[in-house]
Write a protein that binds this ligand. Structure first.
Ligand code: AMP
Ligand code: MG
Length: 403
């Protein structure tokens, strides 16, 4: 079996990922969901020209000569609180008391802030000049009627929720979340409520994958642990196929008890087993059974973690018709030299910092596929290219940002 690149694996996987349907939800529940419609403004924001300050609406021309030594008196004709429109049109020589957010009266072309005035009965003394348009927020300066304010496929952030409210949308269409069955495998793997004995290992992958699935917008279904026996594996995989997607960990390598391959092969003709030219995480099983995507990830914790980020997260996002499939990648300056053998692309658990106006990246000293602590302390995966064998301090490298 020859090795394929990460890109080739993704090119084979993504076309086989089916899309989910849509559902309607209140915007208050939409954080982290993928928008399934364009959000179009039905009215401008702000709806009218309005004041950015508490002060006085007036004509800029009337106060050209105003200064503290030479205040200009204007007659205060009306008072305009926010949410109320002036009853009259402002004329030269007049002013109107206006509050922040209140509509600017017809005839006025500037607002002078309260701090630059002195009030004396129904006269205001203006002690500074103003430009035309000063302290006026124009109708539609944020959003224009008919404008697409949020595009279909966007992952919804708090500011998107705010914008949906600005344009008056209470319910929106989002993509349904895929349900993802998680199956751990291995005779040595035990669940957290079991008393650990000798060589047994807690099922950390199962719980970590559940968290990754949730952070990618999926609904994790924890299905426990299968023994390294074909019958048990096949039975549990069958069960897992009630979900939209299945993710397993372990049993895809070349060991004597790596029976996930054999079991999946029996269950589906469409399964492929790759050696991906990456580290950590070389072995990978992928295919569809009854049109449901199955990912057989390697068992080592960091391999499972990194393989999920490369292959499963983009697939789950594709299922939700998300317009951003991949984690963001930045360019950063390497803070120490690193070496490796050419032939595989390495993902190094790393810390990204902002230093002297640019990103810096520091790969953890320990990078083993069992060193979960390095991955835990990382906020990025530095990409050490396939054919490269050494990189020096000061080199510019790509880093995938982790959620
Ligand atoms: P495997 O790919 O099944 O040979 O597993 C590779 C390594 O990962 C072994 O040391 C396993 O004990 C470990 N491993 C497999 N599955 C899990 C799991 N669910 N949680 C933690 N470690 C695991
Ligand atoms: Mg195993």
């Amino acid at each position: 079996m020859s090795m394929i690149s990460v890109t080739e694996a993704l090119q084979a996987i993504l076309p086989k990922i089916p899309g989910k349907g849509v559902e309607k939800i209140p915007i208050g529940d939409s954080l982290g969901r993928v928008l399934a419609e364009d959000i179009i403004a039905r009215r401008p924001n702000p709806p009218l020209d309005n004041s950015a300050m508490d002060g006085y609406a007036l004509l800029a021309e009337d106060i050209q000569s105003a200064s503290p030594e030479n205040p200009v008196p204007l007659k205060v004709r009306e008072e305009i609180p926010a949410g109320v429109e002036a009853k009259t049109t402002l004329r030269s020589g007049d002013a109107m008391r206006i509050m922040t957010g209140a509509p600017v009266p017809k005839g006025a072309n500037a607002v002078i802030m309260q701090e630059d005035t002195k009030r004396d009965g129904d006269t205001v003394l203006v002690m500074d000049k103003a430009e035309v348009g000063e302290n006026i927020r124009l109708a539609g300066e944020d959003v224009k009627t008919g404008e697409v304010v949020i595009h279909k496929g966007t992952i919804i952030l708090p500011s998107h929720v705010g914008m949906m409210a600005v344009v008056g949308r209470s319910n929106i269409f989002v993509s349904q979340r895929p349900s993802v069955g998680i199956l751990s495998t291995g005779d040595e793997i035990v669940d957290l409520d079991e008393v650990p004995h000798g060589p047994c290992i807690y099922n950390s992958n199962g719980y970590m994958l559940a968290a990754q699935i949730r952070s990618a917008g999926g609904i994790p279904n924890y299905l426990g642990i299968a023994k390294d026996k074909e019958e048990d594996l096949m039975e549990k995989f069958h069960w897992a196929l009630q979900c939209d997607v299945v993710v397993s960990s372990g049993g895809v390598s070349v060991g004597d008890y790596d029976l996930v391959k054999a079991s999946l092969k029996k269950m589906g003709q469409d399964m492929v087993f790759w050696k991906v030219a990456m580290k950590p995480g070389k072995p990978l099983a992928f295919g569809t059974i009854a049109d449901k995507p199955i990912f057989g990830l390697p068992g080592n914790p960091v391999s499972s973690f990194v393989s999920f980020e490369q292959f499963v997260r983009p697939s789950l996002r594709k299922m939700m018709n998300c317009n951003q499939l991949y984690n963001k990648t930045i360019q950063a300056r390497l803070t120490r030299s690193v070496k490796k053998k050419p032939g595989r692309l390495h993902f190094l658990s790393s810390v990204v910092d902002w230093k002297d106006g640019e990103f810096s990246v520091t790969p953890a000293m320990e990078q083993g596929s069992g060193i979960l602590k390095s991955a835990m302390n990382a906020n990025g995966l530095m990409v050490f290219p396939l054919e490269a064998s050494s990189l020096s301090e000061g080199d510019t490298v790509s880093v995938q940002l982790l959620e």
